[in-house]
Design a protein around this ligand. Sequence first.
Ligand SMILES: [Zn+2]
Length: 120
Amino acid sequence: MRFLRKLIKWWFVFFQTQRPDFKVTTTDEVPVHYRAGIVYIVGTPTEPWLLTFLCPCGCRAEIKLNLLAEEPPYWQFKIKYKKINIHPSINRIIGCKSHFWIASGRTVWHLNRAQTKNQK
Ligand SMILES: [Zn+2]
């Protein structure tokens, strides 16, 4: 049991520290072809206006998050140690209805994901 616990802990630490779900790239235009696991920051380096990426649930929906405070709703992001944090959460009201956060480049699912998935 101790071995198993160690293995689980190692697994958890490994994936928390080594494998962000999302890498970040900047682009001046909305991409035509999306790659999974990339958050595209669209705009100029000083004035980004959009975050866009494929839904992490695997449904391949293109998620577009407005960054312009003057046109709510809008999101904010921070990059820390090359890992992106997006605030507030992303709550899809159409399609897969996923609800998640992006924290330190990783997808953090909302607790009732399983529940909402089953309600489809
Ligand atoms: Zn999805």
